[in-house]
Design a protein around this ligand. Structure first.
Ligand code: ZN
Length: 293
């Protein structure tokens, strides 16, 4: 499932062709994704201008001139393809391959910028909703979402508060969208490795008995920001190169230090450990049992 850096990369890839542009024509090739598409979806989009394309957690948010927001989620397998004049590319760098099979092109936006933006989603866990802007913050899918890890509100004190008294492991706590938004399996593993913290450690150990952040919490916040910035930067460079990025991570996957690297030597300087794979909550965790404590 795409995580925050992938969604942010998609946003940056779509913004130049969608922001300030009008939906000239909207094609629907089926009535639903994970859920039915909104009632009168086509007429609520056609003729409206995208005033801004933002992101919250893993949702893309297109602010429309009608006062509604088009919320879009990539689900497990969704991707956008942009066709503008001669170039055809898929913004976003993904670890798991994206489909380009035309049979899975479910929604096509013809924009006044001249671009054709196609949403492709073989497994159809993606989502498109229209929500009045004023109701967005209180929307069921938004109101429980925790702080943006790259936002100013996210710091060690906040993370410690969210984890104090939690029985869960660090892996489970960081994967919980209520604790911090947008992280999934890959970046949780990568951040914990950079912070030298075991994924099995109790999340509550990020806080002192009085609820103050421990140095571990400080380290973890710095590691989360670092790994997300690095991934977004790598995704951004794949956009600049106009490389087709469906399934091709370019240099990005070489930045993974532990994810999908079971059996390889730990990259922490001076550590002689070997990366291990364990299963937590039904998902693979990759970590170094020697330097991650
Ligand atoms: Zn190690």
């Amino acid at each position: 499932m795409p995580e925050l850096p992938e969604v942010e990369t998609v946003r940056r890839g779509l913004a130049p062709v969608m922001e300030g542009a009008r939906f000239v024509r909207v094609e629907l090739n089926r009535p639903d994704l994970r859920r039915p598409l909104p009632k009168d979806f086509v007429t609520r989009l056609e003729g409206k201008t995208v005033e801004g394309l933002g992101r919250r957690a893993k949702y893309l948010l297109a602010d429309l001139s009608s006062g509604e927001v088009l919320m879009m989620h990539l689900g497990m397998s969704g991707s956008f393809r942009v066709a503008a004049r001669l170039s055809d590319k898929t913004p976003g760098a993904y670890y798991h391959q994206r489909s380009t099979t035309r049979a899975h092109d479910h929604v096509v936006f013809h924009m006044s910028s001249g671009a054709r933006v196609t949403f492709n989603d073989p497994r159809r866990f993606g989502l498109m909703l229209l929500v009045p802007r004023a109701e967005l913050a209180e929307h069921l899918l938004m109101r429980q979402v925790g702080p943006e890890p790259l936002g100013n509100a996210f710091d060690a004190a906040m993370l410690a508060r969210a984890c104090a008294n939690k029985k869960a492991s660090l892996k489970a706590a960081l994967s919980d969208q209520k604790v911090v938004a947008g992280l999934g399996n890959i970046y949780v593993c990568e951040a914990l490795h950079r912070a030298l913290l075991s994924p099995r450690r109790a999340a509550a150990t990020l806080a002192t008995r009085s609820g103050k952040p421990t140095p571990r919490a400080e380290r973890l916040v710095a590691a989360i920001r670092e790994v997300l910035h690095a991934a977004i930067k790598a995704g951004g460079s794949s956009l600049r190169n106009h490389r087709r990025t469906d399934g091709d991570l370019g240099d990005f996957q070489h930045n993974f230090r532990v994810y999908d690297r079971a059996g390889e030597p730990c990259p922490t300087p001076g550590c002689r450990g070997t990366i291990r794979r364990i299963v937590q909550g039904g998902r693979s965790t990759f970590f170094c049992p020697v330097c991650q404590r």
